[in-house]
Design a protein around this ligand. Structure first.
Ligand SMILES: [Zn+2]
Length: 62
């Protein structure tokens, strides 16, 4: 699934929509239930529809 041949294992990352902090996605624990260790915001699954929409919003706003 990951282009470039990285072998990080399946799982992916959660990403903070506020500060961009990334954490390893825990199996069975949705990113939305995780809190950012840096700023305490709700995390998003990296690459998810939510995350994509957020990125689109950001690029439009700036
Ligand atoms: Zn954060």
């Amino acid at each position: 699934m990951v282009p470039g041949g990285h072998t990080m294992g399946a799982g992916g990352n959660c990403i903070c929509p506020k500060c961009g902090e990334r954490t390893n996605h825990q199996r069975g624990a949705p990113c939305q239930d995780e809190r950012c260790p840096q700023c305490g915001a709700k995390m998003l699954r990296e690459g998810s529809e939510h995350h994509k929409k957020l990125l689109q919003k950001k690029t439009k706003d700036q």
